[in-house]
Design a binder for this molecule. Structure first.
Ligand code: PBG
Length: 324
């Protein structure tokens, strides 16, 4: 087929033609909406680098979950900022910890929405690293026990799914074992399998108050230039029992998403991270680009690349756009 016999513009003439031949569908079913939960009551503190995102006390998080449910968003993903941080992240697995309380409240008041919990230690350690330290290094194997205990405490509180993001070797297996032993063999794991050491997490660290006090996360999160290694990471997580695999961030790693979609036969999530959100919000505010339009373009791109699930701070806005 060549010009002039084939004229691709024939099918681009108007929106109805475009709808008919549109290859990628995006629906509210694809979205997971992240929430940041803090101690207190009636707290709704704006995150300055993420317009539209707030640190929420449990009561406010319930409201937000209800709004998400009303927009038909299937799931929220919870991050907790505890009262006190310590060396050993004890706030992470406390029975009455911030996330555990938020899970219980949301499941009690908005049972229709899935509650997924981030399983990591960086919000709970005084040093801000994702695991237990040995000197200046994060010690892998002792961290596994704490992660497993944390995941079990989330499941006990009623979490529908846990999402380990610490990038410790063996974390999915350790959590699977911990959950099974505690009687939660039906609780699925969404594994942050290929999580890169990314500058795009900057705004999140303001939202979650989890910036490392020294050094960075390059000794456990992946090196951005690598893609074969991402496939090895995903293979390990699949072998250890992941139910959903993830690539994170999304936009600078669309090729990794595509490869993961082609090489693995599990549901694939992509995390449209804080910096990806902040860039669009910032440029939109400056009048440098059309924010609602770019939001949809980006979400379609992540879906087109192969993601089945998109974790995004745009979930509510995009759900409203799709409902129109
Ligand atoms: C770790 C975690 C991070 C994000 C999700 N889980 C931060 C990090 O690894 O530093 C980043 C999410 C985002 O940037 O939106 N608990």
């Amino acid at each position: 087929m060549a010009f002039p016999d084939y004229r691709p513009r024939r099918l681009r003439k108007n929106e109805n033609f475009r709808r008919l031949i549109r290859e990628t569908t995006l629906t509210v079913d694809d979205f997971v909406y992240p929430l940041f939960v803090v101690p207190g009551k009636k707290v709704r503190r704006p995150v300055s680098s993420m317009p539209g995102v707030f640190q929420l006390s449990v009561d406010e998080a319930v409201k937000e979950a209800r709004e998400a449910k009303e927009l038909a968003i299937p799931a929220v993903l919870l991050f907790g900022i505890p009262d006190k941080k310590d060396e050993n992240a004890t706030g992470a697995f406390h029975q009455d910890g911030i996330v555990q309380r938020a899970v219980r409240e949301i499941k009690a008041k908005v049972p229709e929405i899935l509650v997924v919990t981030d399983v990591c230690l960086c919000e709970y350690t005084s040093h801000g690293h994702c695991g237990i330290l040995q000197g200046q290094e994060v010690d892998n194997d002792p961290t596994l026990e704490v992660l497993a205990e944390t995941a079990v405490s989330h499941a006990r509180a009623g979490a529908d799914m846990v999402a380990p993001s610490a990038m410790m070797d063996g974390q999915v297996g350790a959590i699977r074992e911990g959950l099974d032993e505690a009687g939660f063999e039906e609780t699925p794991i969404m594994a942050y399998s290929a999580k890169y050491a990314s500058g795009f997490y900057g705004p999140f660290r303001e939202a979650a108050e989890s910036a490392p006090r020294f050094g960075d996360r390059r000794a456990y999160q992946m090196d951005p230039p690598n893609s074969d290694e991402a496939m090895r990471e995903i293979t390990l997580d699949v072998e250890e029992g992941a139910d959903i695999i993830m690539v994170k961030p999304a936009l600078a790693y669309l090729d990794v998403i595509r490869r993961a979609k082609e090489e693995f036969d599990l549901p694939l999530a992509a995390y449209n991270v804080s910096g990806e959100y902040a860039m669009i919000k910032a440029a939109g505010r400056l009048g440098w680009l059309d924010e609602p339009r770019v939001m949809m373009e980006v979400l379609y791109a992540i879906k087109r690349a192969g993601a089945d699930i998109i974790i995004t701070y745009f979930a509510k806005e995009a759900a409203r756009t799709l409902a129109r």
